[in-house]
Design a protein around this ligand. Structure first.
Ligand SMILES: Cc1ncc(COP(=O)(O)O)c(C=O)c1O
Length: 414
């Protein structure tokens, strides 16, 4: 039997067997179809079974399927790095491959700690993170979600020491946001004045906390937070596993702030949703701190499929699709529809780039709406009381408008 993730197998409905994907659509074995409004857990960027990526994968699989990335390097990895360099800040120029978002985060956390340890500052053992963060399900990634995480409560006994920063939530009609931001920054400043030299890094999901419930916060806050922690010599990690590749409107969420991070994590949409692949990207200053005659100062971390050539070829094909001029037009079209559709009976509406979210009165209401939509051929997943839409880029205007009509009807039936 297949043991599904995030599922209480005793009570959950049996899964439907999907036999085919095409654009926004998923087809079941009995011929029904469902519009995938969450891009299959935020990975399917261009649509299901995108022919250009499928072709790149087939070609690479028939040429070189895998090779260990130590004594060897290969063209797809080099091509991907060259492409990403054209959209990343110049300062981020060392690319470490792994296989998924959680491992990209683990690598970033390990790099940040060892960066200081290699330079005789091993006392910097703690991490700063945002309240309610989600950075993945491995132990390091869980630890930087904090002890009150809604996902990792079973494992908090094993978490390493961190400090949690409240998030000044932004949504339509929010009041006193500047005052809230200022208050939080003052709290962080007080903490850092006392304990600043015990922290190695701040990790954040820039602009949107995805799994927490599509919680958005302003770039102005991010910029001030980053500048503040930097002034205490602390490294900054942007986990762009979810936000990367046009989710927030621009290529990366970090494009919205002038001060760039020291480490960035990418995954999910990196291969357009075809294959698991991730990157932890570091500055030159960080890389230099691992160079030594002492082998122990190297980054001793790796995975069997590190930098898999087929996944890199998929990522290159996906990147080329992202960089077509149409991408920004599509993001704009989706964003305009998100903003223009009225929804009665919801609260805390928030929209950024391709993402639109709002809250219902309770998780039970959210579940009812999702179930109704599923019957109507629309697949979404709630995050507590929050519902969100994050369609693949190939969605058409009339398809998204239809989803909003169905959504309004489902909410009215509550
Ligand atoms: C911001 C962020 N970081 C890390 C992860 C973990 O990625 P993965 O599920 O590929 O391990 C996720 C997954 O949702 C995420 O949203």
């Amino acid at each position: 039997m297949i043991w599904r993730p995030f599922t209480q197998e005793q009570t959950a409905a049996r899964p439907l067997k999907i036999v085919k994907g095409d654009g926004i659509w998923l087809y079941t074995e009995d011929g029904k179809r469902y519009a995938d409004l969450i891009s299959s857990w935020w990975v399917t960027a261009h649509g299901h079974a995108c022919p250009k990526i499928a072709a790149a994968i087939a070609q690479q699989a028939a040429t070189l399927e895998q090779v260990i990335l130590t004594a060897f390097v290969h063209q797809p990895a080099e091509n991907l790095v060259a492409r990403l360099k054209t959209v990343l800040p110049l300062s981020l120029n060392h690319f470490f491959f792994s296989d998924n978002g959680s491992t990209a985060v683990e690598v970033a956390l390990k790099i940040a700690y060892q960066y200081f340890k290699n330079q005789g500052e091993g006392q910097r053992k703690k991490y700063l993170h945002l309240e309610g963060a989600y950075h993945g399900d491995t132990y390091g990634a869980m630890s930087v979600s904090g002890s009150r995480s809604m996902y990792h409560f079973n494992f908090t006994d094993f978490f390493f020491e961190t400090a949690s920063i409240p998030v000044p939530e932004w949504y339509e009609g929010v009041e006193d946001i500047e005052a809230q931001e200022e208050h939080i920054l003052e709290q962080v400043k007080t903490l850092l004045k006392e304990e600043g030299s015990s922290f190695c890094a701040l990790i954040v999901e820039p602009l949107i906390q995805g799994a927490r419930g599509m919680i958005m916060y302003r770039p102005e806050f991010l910029e001030q937070l980053v500048t503040l922690v930097r002034s205490f010599g602390i490294l900054v990690i942007f986990d762009e596993v979810f936000t990367g590749f046009y989710r927030t409107g621009s290529c990366f969420a970090m494009d919205a702030v002038p001060t760039k991070p020291d480490l960035v994590c990418l995954s999910k949409a990196l291969t357009g949703g075809f294959l698991p692949l991730s990157l932890t990207i570091a500055t030159d200053a960080i890389y230099q701190a691992f160079l030594s005659d002492d082998p122990k100062k190297a980054l001793i971390h790796g995975h069997s499929y590190t930098g898999n050539p087929i996944a890199c070829a998929a990522a290159c094909a996906s990147f080329d699709l992202f960089r077509q001029p149409e991408t920004l037009q599509k993001v704009k079209m989706v964003n305009q529809i998100h903003r223009s559709q009225t929804l009665q009976g919801v609260s805390k509406r928030r929209t950024l780039g391709l993402v639109s979210a709002f809250d219902l009165a309770s998780p039970q209401d959210a579940k009812k709406v999702i179930e109704h939509l599923f019957e109507r051929g629309i697949f979404m997943r709630p995050l507590g009381s929050t519902l969100y839409l994050l369609p693949p880029l190939c969605i058409k205007a009339d398809e998204l408008q239809w989803v909003y009509q169905e959504l309004q009807q489902a909410i009215e039936m509550l």
